[in-house]
Design a protein around this ligand. Sequence first.
Ligand code: UTP
Length: 287
Amino acid sequence: MKIKKAVFPVAGLGTRFLPATKASPKEMLPLVDKPMIQYVVEEAIDAGIEEIIMITGRGKNAIEDHFDISFELEHALKGKNQNKLLEEVREISNLVDFCYIRQKEPLGLGHAILRAKDLIGDEPFAVLLGDDIIYSDVPVIKQLIKIYDKYNTSVIAVEKVDKREISNYGVIEHKKIDDRVYQILDLVEKPPPSEAPSDLAIIGRYILTPQIFSALENTETDKSGEIQLTYGLRHLLERQVIHAYQFEGRRYDAGNKLGFLKATVEFALRRPDLGSEFREYLKSLEL
Ligand code: UTP
């Protein structure tokens, strides 16, 4: 079955970016001149996604506005004959069909995904997290769709992560079945390094079968009252095979400050209009 819909959970509080995220969504922080969320939306569109379901929360209206028509802005740009900018601004609102659902309280990623149950229905779908920005030749979600098409199971993106950082991630126990492809045997949420079953960490790109919804409905909340996607996936694993795919691409954990800075610098260096001047500037700094 073709993957047509993607869920974007964007209802998190973004506490690691306070105070910037007090009144503005972290997803709207720009890498150079484009909000992070737009990079991820473009990744989904490049992979053939036709409908995006955003799970939003309080204080996230700017995301909805960003992907909507801005009548006043378009009018002003037209008046000033700034046609290139006008085209760019207009294009954003024509990218794809968007739906918005509110997650009334941030009760975890699993809880956020469960909000999309009625809109997804009985078909497999993609999930993309706006914190993980990935630079790659082939959009990572497209790489996962290819694996889905072969095995017809849920597929999770994974990446090798340094042992010292592994406790920030969900980690898989696995059996390798092909180049970059693993069958998942178990998943552990944020293990201490000594208990991590491997160095393959779960990254924010997933293809999920619709059975994830009943699995999440049967998932207990954790100590902090949240429904974790990793625990839901464990329930799903009792009923279905799940694969992991070690994607090709360079990922930035833009949900934390250092990752965001690295992404900003590297995206700026790749820009034809800024790259060489910016590189000269960086070289000139007495570091
Ligand atoms: P994170 O926990 O990494 O992000 O959630 P956060 O909560 O936004 O940021 P910090 O940790 O407080 O700095 C991973 C993804 O899941 C979404 C977030 O928006 C983010 O994209 N999420 C998380 C929800 O949509 N709802 C939730 O209840 C929790």
